[in-house]
Design a protein around this ligand. Sequence first.
Ligand code: FES
Ligand code: MG
Length: 596
Amino acid sequence: MSKNPSDPLKLRSQAWFDDSENPGMTALYIERYFNYGLTREELQSGKPIIGIAQTGSDLTPCNRHHKDLASRVKDGIREAGGIPFEFPVHPIQETGRRPTGALDRNLAYLGLVEVLHGYPIDGVVLTTGCDKTTPACLMAAATTNLPSIVLSGGPMLDGYHKGRVVGSGSVIWEARELLAAGEIDYDEFMEMAAASAPSVGHCNTMGTALSMNALAEGLGMSLPGNASIPAPYRERGQMAYATGKRIVGMVRDQMKPSDIMTREAFENAIKLASALGASTNCPPHLIAIARHMGIEVTMEDWQEQGQDIPLIVNCQPTGRYLGEGFHRAGGVPAVMAELIKAGKLNEKALTVNGQTMGENCHARFTGEPDVIFPLEKPVKDQASFLIMSGNLFDSAVLKTSAIDAAFSKRFLEHPDHPNEFTGRAVVFEGPEDYHDRINDPELGIDEETILMIRNCGPVGYPGSAEVVNMLPPDALVRRGVSALMCIGDGRQSGTSASPSFLNASPEAAVGGGLAFVQTGDCIHVDLNSRQVDLLISDEEFAARRQAYEEPNLESQTPWQEIYRSMVGQLDKGACLEPATFYLRVIDQSRVPRHSH
Ligand code: FES
Ligand code: MG
């Protein structure tokens, strides 16, 4: 209850269930919740009603385990004196959803905002896991500003194939290379893929799912240690119980997302992302969460906050270990302890347990220095994202930790011009065009080719697809060239380690520079000045712009059309732009009008 016992906290849910001035409406609201056994005593007791935003379903196997975990969440809520109400969130499954799960992040967000605003809910447990489920839930928490806590489902157990650790997603990119090189057949390809997914849970690599759940913890929105606990471990159920208990306390203390997701918290999350070698999907998601919180976080912030933080987590796709190893090594608190020791963290940032990030993570150093390295002796220095610009785009992301050694040796370690190279572009209009033509010898693709793909951004695809990590032609793969530089206005899977310029904004479909590139053009890349430029004259550029015809974008569903009409670019978080004007819709006590 509120701090002064004589002044009991007026809960939002009481406006539905216990409005003594309006018995007619209270009766209407309350009676239907009796029909499965709830009592008047419970609903009019002043106990907080806690929503459990359920993202698990048969369609979202990465989060399906939350259907079981919810019973432990409910135990915790009841134990602390709350009443649980579980409800579904629009499913988002990263790999199964066509044309892309990215379309559904904003749809699930919208739906969740409406549920939290429109029903008698005092606080919410956000069940997260698969890539976009985490940002969708946090965006809704930001917009509503209802007391909220994140419970991750946790990664799958580590996968093994023929005695070797194989991580989800990453093994598929590797197996595709082996298949292209003729070293494995179709059956072994499928076996390798299946081996990486040995249990319930989300991707076990440091892909988008594990990265985003770690950043949720880094923001202070989950209990310490939450992100890394593998889904089947006993601690996962215990974390579910503790999370359910804690949200009731948060409601009583009226601790809101705006108390936790501050500018300082977002800076901490960016630093954590660098140390983790997090997915390139993190910048747009984190920017979107911040914008819905009313806090400006830009791509330049990613550059500035992230650049001094080395890679210290040795996880796939850039390193060796998977979720279980990361968890045993101490997970997020152990990484935070390193950042705190080096004075890199805003230690005062508040977290959901009522303690600061500094209090939670101070000296929680790892005992496994091969998984989480000390900051002064990292896995890799200078491994953060590089935010690039030039005449092709205002902003694109390069994950420097993902540049493989062979590629680096071939191009970036030139004695006269280190970190610079010029390549010849081969342009694809989308993934179908890429698959149709990549092995066409006429294209003349060699080691110095830059593969470019366009019309894959939020408006173009629609939704922005993970298609920029393009494998070289089979003939090159057979010669041992496993990666070419790629550029695209789409995204790349967080489980891929391709050296690519991603998320180019503005995208080709809205007249961004990629639209004007032709196969055979030269592109100059300079990592020192963070520039990527198309080497054509200004006149030629202007002429091509003049001759440009807008693509015919055909939407297949009503949502695709609505999404396209409102979505912003990836460097601004690919938000539904009108939604960013609605801040703290519950904080401002905008209880909705009665329904009858
Ligand atoms: Fe769902 Fe990776 S595909 S977590
Ligand atoms: Mg993905």
